[in-house]
Design a protein around this ligand. Structure first.
Ligand code: NAD
Length: 489
């Protein structure tokens, strides 16, 4: 029977102190929203439940504050962002505790998210002072074109629950660096980390009204009202493809510049010539990071016939030994999934796959007792029409399929409407690039399972989204290009 480890009491007490430091958002909400600990479902804290009218008030206030911010010097914005970064680092332990309490991931992974998430703030502190324009010759002569990138204006930033810090900082930091005000709507399940991070931003010198965090249980009412407001010029969303399409339709009415980081169905390809240990390490990282609740999680593991037995055996052995429990339990590797609907969905995926003929090598069920847990699971020889192959798993289930030729692997990898991440494991450099070039994905991890960082232009193709986050490209998402045509005598 799978044991579920319980929380370390010292860490629980420390996390209660962080909760007490939170100042939950704009005052005057007419209702409240309870945030729960996914470990046992217990209530953590109430935050305001803002309605659409209050959201529009934040738009008005952010718009007003944004005028002065757009006129600040790039160096000033860089210095403020740098101070924010330093405060995030100084408060790393507290932020990690908050992430774990509201989202459930193991504390060590929450610390990794703090490093990853705060690095976007450091990156955009550096980017803020880079040149934002150029000079061009007009082809017919007689004039010169100056281009400049101006702040796009008020940006609405909507984030999911899986990386409560990083998904917020990778939107807020470039918006601020570019000179834009922002209204942020975190997921109702996990608003606390965003509230705390923005509290630190204000401490660092971000004007109080420049960035508003709107906590609400009415996501649809929020987006319908706010995206129709003429003061809003940009929407950036991370979440499911279904909601992304709804937001794109709303954005169309106001012709908003839109960035969409949507769902994925990442293929992970292991070729016969791969280094077995690296492939297994990479697959474990790409599958189990965040309990598999990541848009770039390996969703379909495709393994070539010659290495398939050795690979699946090693993968099953690794996943069978994974320790489940509270994110605050020492040595835990897999926290709870986000809620009981996720447990039911994952159970359904395993049932569907095994009924269609897949072999269950390890895991496959929810352990007894409280908490929304699901065992680390390996399914082998999964048929192509199983739900676990055609849909986003978003949980700790590794689904393995076998292939014989490179062409077959690439065709199957691309047989999806999604195109966010792909992974290739091979020791043949030629093959690595050839296959990576043919994968219809925005990013490819070659011989590694954690490809994202602040320097990477992260984003998808096909129905995985529009636009890029991180890197210099991530800043351009909050800018618009203008040109001046200067006639020469
Ligand atoms: P979700 O789409 O249900 O919710 C994301 C956010 O949208 C939340 O803040 C939610 O409150 C809000 N939302 C829901 N309905 C809305 C509406 N009608 N109007 C405005 N906002 C609305 O997604 P989720 O379950 O929180 O996150 C999981 C999904 O996010 C997965 O599909 C995953 O792949 C995707 N994701 C993508 C990336 C990426 O960078 N591409 C990163 C993380 C997660």
């Amino acid at each position: 029977m799978t044991t579920v480890l319980t929380a370390d009491q010292t860490a629980v007490t420390a996390s209660e102190k962080v909760l007490a430091r939170l100042k939950p958002g704009v005052a005057g909400a007419r209702g409240s929203l309870t945030v729960h600990d996914p470990f046992d479902g217990s209530p953590l804290i109430d935050v305001p439940d803002h309605d659409a009218e209050q959201a529009i008030e934040t738009v008005a206030r952010a718009d007003e504050a944004g005028r002065a911010w757009a006129a600040t010097t790039p160096r000033h914005r860089a210095d403020v962002l740098r101070r924010w970064y330093e405060l995030l680092v100084a408060n790393a332990e507290d932020i990690a505790l908050l992430i774990t309490r509201e989202m459930g991931k193991p504390l060590a992974e929450a610390h990794a998210e703090v490093t990853y998430g705060s690095d976007f703030v450091r990156w955009y502190a550096e980017e803020a002072v880079r040149p934002a324009g150029n000079l061009r010759e007009v082809p017919t002569g007689g004039a010169r074109l100056f281009t400049r990138r101006a702040p796009i204006g008020l940006s609405v930033l909507i984030t999911p629950w899986n990386f409560p810090l990083a998904m917020a900082t990778r939107k807020i930091a470039p918006a601020l660096a570019a000179g834009c005000p922002a209204v942020v709507k975190p997921a109702a399940l996990t608003p606390l980390t965003t509230l705390f991070a923005v509290q630190l931003a204000v401490e660092a010198g971000v004007p109080a009204d420049l960035v508003h965090v709107v906590t609400t249980s009415d996501a649809s009412g929020f987006s319908t009202a706010v995206l129709a407001d003429p003061r809003v010029r940009k929407v950036s969303f991370t979440g499911s493809t279904g909601v992304g399409k709804v937001l794109l339709r709303l954005a169309a009415d106001n012709v908003l510049k839109s960035s969409m980081e949507l769902g994925g169905n990442a293929p992970l390809l292991v070729f016969d010539d791969a280094d077995l240990d690296r492939a297994v390490d990479g697959a474990v990282a790409a599958k189990l990071r965040n309990g598999g609740q990541s848009c770039i999680a390996a969703n379909r593991i495709l393994v070539q016939d010659g290495i398939a037995d050795a690979f699946t055996e090693a993968l099953a052995e690794r996943l069978a030994s994974v320790r489940l429990g509270s994110g605050l339990a020492p040595g835990v590797q897999l926290g709870p999934v986000i809620d009981d609907r996720a447990v039911a969905r994952l159970s359904g995926l395993v049932e569907d796959a095994t009924q269609r003929g897949a072999k269950l090598l390890t895991g496959g069920s929810a352990p007894q007792g409280p908490g929304t847990f699901f065992e680390a699971t390996v399914l082998d020889e999964v048929p192509a029409d199983a739900d676990v192959v055609t849909t986003e798993i978003f949980g700790p289930i590794a689904s393995v399929q076998r292939f014989s030729t490179e062409a077959e692997a690439v065709a199957r990898a691309n047989d999806t409407e999604f195109g966010l991440a792909g992974y290739v494991f091979t020791q043949d450099l030629d093959r690595a690039f050839n296959v990576a070039d043919r994968l219809a994905t925005g990013l490819v991890g070659i011989n590694q399972g954690v490809p994202s960082n602040a320097a990477a232009p992260f984003g998808g193709v096909k129905q995985s989204g529009l636009g890029r986050e991180g890197s210099g490209e991530g800043l351009e998402e909050y800018q618009e290009i203008r040109f001046y045509n200067l006639a020469l005598r």
